[in-house]
Design a protein around this ligand. Structure first.
Ligand SMILES: Nc1ncnc2c1ncn2[C@@H]1O[C@H](COP(=O)(O)OP(=O)(O)OP(=O)(O)O)[C@@H](O)[C@H]1O
Length: 637
């Protein structure tokens, strides 16, 4: 009986203490502290997740994303609902520990009573940002891994994609056989060859696009300090641009062919092939290769020869009774070798009237196209097989093939076509880490290419001083740069692969400068270049080994060339500084902004910044040296 009474008292007590207040909703809405109410709730919600109430937890996740967190024991409700359901008219909002005035104004987009402190909200926000950052980093890592995987099979995969994307947006309208030929005194064009087997095996990417008949885009692969890859697209414009599908016939049609009639009209024609080793100079000038043998009929030498014989029978010129002869020689540094006489060394002499003669040069009279092709073949073989001579590498020498017209019975040259396969232009630059001999060769090649540019410039700027003594090459070609009826064509050859992009850009800048100078210099038109008039004089009075003719004049010319070379370097270094400043600005901004993200790696950050600075300082120091050099040279003048 007593036991029964006690149990009734216990039940009554339990009902009074727990159930009745719960019925009137007098218990606190959760068991967490005021500062971090969600800490307890979150834990419980995790338990909830394990239970079958997944739906509720999804809702919880959603609200977490929105920045508010509430989860009631086994009964998760969204913050807004929770507040609507649980708010009693007598409850006052909790005071934020940071609030001085004790009460925060409710925000419009948040419930009027927010049970989280500012600190708790900040922690939430940080957690949210961290999650987002981690997700972003994970995505980037996944993309990088994917690219890395692809690049194991194709090292240039990323660049290839970028270039393809660029090309996809281009409208291609390449040169066609039917396009009009523009008659210029100086024509500058570019030919891109296809990727060869070696380049394809190395999985090089083709970085040259030829969208139109006179435009070329170089996609220069680059990498930022943080190893991000990007492509810098540079557009060049020339008279013609030949893409990798063009044949020698098409190149000939727009370059040398229009010059053939010049020599029948008392003029001088010159055609240069300029470019780095392996870019296709010999293929273009000499003819297509089939294995080791070359088809000379398909090269510009052979095509000019065929047209010369065609013109001979033309009614307009047949009555002039021209005879045709040919010579073939090679210039290696200051030495000249006869390619039609077993590479016999020749002397270059200049008479009192500045007439330059290559003494002893073999000049064969030719009667048929086959005969001339035979001479081309003989000279070409001599050039490449002459291992015992001073020149064991054809790309270190300039080869000059000339077709000469004379009226029957006269010694006077009526017209001359000079076709020149120049030394590889990279040879002039590779003299830093090479031996003395190579350095001398490099300097000679550099000098001759500079002198050539100056002479073409003088040809374009009529009346300008012709610095033909600047090199043996320009000296022997002197008569091609004078006279009103002189025409020149330069074919710049480029390799399309990404490994050759620096050399290709050098080739293009050289060619671009020749054309650019012509464009501006055409404004000045005051007669032919100032060189003494030609005559038939055969009297040779001085050998033109540098120092023999007129020391003062040669020195002055060399000084001018030196100055011109320094100026070129100054301008190049300036261009480099300008470009690097633009890149530097972008990279510095990216880096600076990256530090605003919480939890950034400051060691990585500091190192990157240091590398960026040292890179820009190096570039600027280099440019400063060039500026000093040029200023000192100007002071000495
Ligand atoms: N347009 C082209 N189409 C196909 N193959 C080409 C083309 N141009 C060049 N080649 C090939 O590229 C290789 C190198 O060409 P080439 O010998 O003409 O270069 P180069 O500039 O004369 O070099 P070097 O200065 O060393 O003499 C050759 O095998 C040639 O057949």
């Amino acid at each position: 009986m007593l036991l029964k009474i006690l149990s009734w008292i216990y039940i009554l007590f339990f009902e009074m203490v727990f159930r009745i207040p719960a019925f009137f909703n007098l218990t606190p809405p959760h068991e967490g502290g005021k500062m971090f109410p969600y800490l307890v709730d979150e834990r419980e919600c995790k338990n909830l997740k394990k239970s079958d109430s997944n739906q509720r937890c999804d809702k919880y996740d959603e609200d977490i994303k929105q920045g508010d967190y509430y989860c009631l024991k086994n009964n998760y409700i969204s913050p807004r609902n929770h507040l609507e359901n649980s708010m009693s008219p007598n409850l006052s909002p909790p005071k934020s520990p940071n609030s001085k005035k004790g009460q925060q104004k409710p925000r419009k987009d948040t419930p009027p009573y927010d049970y989280k402190s500012d600190a708790a909200k900040k922690v939430d926000l940080i957690a949210l940002k961290r999650d987002e950052r981690r997700q972003r980093q994970a995505d980037e890592r996944a993309l990088r891994d994917q690219i890395h995987h692809l690049e194991q099979h194709d090292p240039q995969y990323e660049f290839r994609q970028m270039i393809n994307e660029y090309r996809g947006a281009l409208e291609f309208r390449p040169l066609r056989e039917s396009d009009a030929i523009v008659e210029n005194q100086i024509t500058v064009c570019v030919r891109k060859r296809p990727l060869n087997d070696k380049e394809q095996n190395r999985r090089e990417v083709d970085v040259m696009s030829v969208p139109t008949k006179n435009q070329l885009v170089v996609h220069e692969p680059k990498q930022k300090v943080d190893l991000t890859k990007y492509v810098e697209n540079q557009v060049f414009r020339f008279d013609y641009v030949f893409d990798d599908t063009c044949t020698n016939d098409l190149v000939y049609k727009f370059t040398a062919k229009p010059l053939v009639k010049t020599i029948f009209e008392g003029g001088m024609a010159t055609c240069f092939a300029y470019g780095q080793t392996g870019s296709g100079k010999t293929h273009t000038m000499g003819g297509e290769f089939k294995g080791k043998s070359q088809n000379f009929k398909t090269g510009i030498y052979g095509l000019v020869a065929q047209d010369v014989f065609r013109y001979l029978t033309h009614p307009k010129y047949a009555r002039m009774n021209f005879t045709v002869s040919a010579s073939f020689f090679e210039i290696y540094g200051k030495l000249v070798f006869d390619l039609l006489a077993r590479k016999q060394r020749l002397r270059v002499l200049e008479d009192g009237k500045q007439q330059v003669q290559v003494v002893g040069l073999t000049e064969r009279t030719v009667l048929t196209v086959d005969h001339i092709l035979e001479l081309i073949q003989r000279g070409s073989m001599e050039r490449t097989s002459g291992q015992t001579s001073a020149n064991s590498n054809s790309s270190r020498s300039h080869a000059v093939f000339q077709i000469i017209l004379r009226r029957a019975g006269s010694k006077h040259i009526a017209g001359k076509f000079s076709l020149i396969d120049l030394a590889g232009n990279e040879r002039g630059a590779d003299n830093n880490k090479s031996n003395r001999q190579t350095q001398i060769e490099g300097a000679d090649i550099n000098k001759s290419l500079l002198a050539l540019k100056e002479c073409i410039r003088a040809l374009g700027r009529r009346g300008a001083h012709l610095p033909f003594r600047g090199s043996k090459l320009t000296q022997v070609l002197r008569d091609s740069f004078i006279g009103e009826n002189s025409r020149t064509c330069m074919i710049a050859l480029i390799s399309p692969g990404n490994f050759s992009v620096d050399h290709s850009l050098n080739t293009l800048r050289y060619a671009d400068r020749v054309k650019e100078l012509i464009a501006t210099d055409h404004m000045v038109d005051d007669g032919p270049p100032t060189i003494a008039e030609e005559d038939d004089s055969e009297e040779i009075i001085e050998e033109s080994n540098d120092g023999d003719v007129d020391d003062e004049e040669i020195k002055a010319e060399e000084q001018r060339l030196h100055l011109s070379s320094l100026e070129w370097e100054l301008r190049e270094s300036q261009r480099h500084v300008i470009q690097s400043c633009v890149d530097f600005h972008d990279m510095a901004c990216d880096l600076y902004n990256s530090a605003d993200v919480n939890g950034y790696d400051r060691v990585h950050y500091a190192k990157k910044w240091r590398n960026l600075l040292s890179e820009i300082v190096d570039i600027q120091n280099g440019a400063l040296i060039k500026a000093h050099e040029f200023c000192s040279a100007l002071d000495r003048c």
